[in-house]
Ligand binder design. Structure first.
Ligand SMILES: [Mn+2]
Length: 363
């Protein structure tokens, strides 16, 4: 029997007596709850996973979530009132003085609520680092779910040219892409789809608007779906009609930069190597300084997980990491180019989980 995720977490959490994953209410829900419980469903408001040093885990939920909770891991404890809630918490944290919380996701109110209700005296400690270190290395089920998410969004990426014609709006194309991902089995967007046409494409995090596609415009799409809670993340940039020389050249440079970065992706490599390799290609071209974000980030149940593929990152990649590869060139007032894939790091290199024609596409 392999180790549970909770056991692996506590091996990475030296010095902690326990880690509490606390879901307050929407929007203060923590994907780590689903990670440690290996739960695929449920809303799990006011639900808690308490993991002790030995990796044993109590999952404290209200009656609404009982049936779902029992399909996941952990010792499920269903509270019907405040007293029961308090007694389960006291039992779960009995003797624990150094208690970790995922400070990047938990609300202050949830932490204070537990302290106040239980009256327990413990030191609140930041457990986000051991959590991030644990979920950075995906197990087989996680990789499989990510593969499915990537297959769905890749199919949509290939269909993009069919959605485009003169006069279609950014919002219309984004809506169609979202619907297609659901039809193909996705369980929801990994994030709000970006559809940016013409000069709007120079804003990396542009939100689709009412602008309508014109001949010779660039059209950039950054999107992803979830499957069993795991995200895909990809960007395809195409053109309606012959692009300007500058956009054509920018596309060529971004594509070359992406490959240069991906060539650095392997277990044991420093995460910044990929960023620096891609940045070198762009900065040695006429587009010096136009790559204004980092090359990549970790991907999992959250579309941005803390693997930083950036110039100064000190992190070292491991087999089982899933990261993006997304260089771009942005020219305000003119447009932008980004090409992005979701990548699995392997022992001897990497594997592209997303798939679409990378060569310059003119619709
Ligand atoms: Mn991304």
């Amino acid at each position: 029997m392999g180790k549970t995720r909770a056991e692996r977490l506590m091996e990475n959490a030296d010095g902690f007596d326990a880690i509490v994953i606390a879901n307050d209410g929407e929007p203060f829900l923590d994907s780590s709850f689903w990670y440690v419980t290996e739960q695929k469903s449920g809303c799990f408001e006011n639900s808690y996973a308490v993991i002790r040093k030995d990796g044993s885990m109590d999952v404290i939920v209200n009656i609404l979530e009982e049936e779902t909770a029992r399909t996941g891991k952990g010792n499920v404890r269903v509270y019907h009132d405040r007293d029961e809630f308090v007694s389960y918490f006291k039992e779960a944290l009995n003797g624990c003085t150094k208690v970790g919380f995922n400070t990047h996701s938990v609300s202050y109110a949830a932490v204070m609520g537990i302290k106040k209700l239980t009256g327990l005296e413990f030191e609140v400690t930041d457990a986000s680092e051991p959590l991030a270190r644990t979920y950075a290395i995906k197990d087989a089920a996680e990789i499989e779910a990510t593969r499915k998410a990537c297959a769905i969004s890749s199919k949509v990426a290939k269909e993009i040219p069919d959605y485009l014609s003169e006069g279609v709006s950014e919002k219309e194309v984004a809506a169609r892409m979202d619907a297609r991902m659901r039809e193909l089995g996705g369980t929801g967007n990994a994030f709000d789809t970006i559809a940016a046409f013409g000069a709007n494409a120079s804003q990396p995090h542009y939100m689709p608007g009412d602008y309508r596609l014109r001949m010779h415009d660039v059209a950039l799409f950054d999107f992803g779906t979830k499957y069993d809670r795991y995200c895909s993340d990809m960007t395809r940039t195409v053109f309606l009609g012959e692009p300007s020389d500058v956009m054509k050249r920018a596309y060529e440079v971004v594509l070359e930069a992406q490959q240069a970065g991906i060539d650095e992706y392997r277990a044991g490599a420093k995460a910044n190597a990929a960023d620096l390799a891609a940045r070198k290609v762009i900065d040695e071209s006429e587009f010096k300084g136009k790559f204004i974000h980092s090359f990549g980030h970790g991907i999992g149940m959250d579309v941005h997980q803390p693997i930083h593929v950036s110039p100064k990152s000190e992190q070292v990649l491991s087999a089982g990491n899933i990261v993006s590869a997304e260089p771009g060139i942005y020219i305000p007032g003119v447009g932008g180019i980004r090409i992005e894939d979701t990548i699995l790091i392997t022992e001897d290199g990497c594997e592209r989980l997303t798939d679409f024609p990378h060569e310059l596409t003119i619709v």
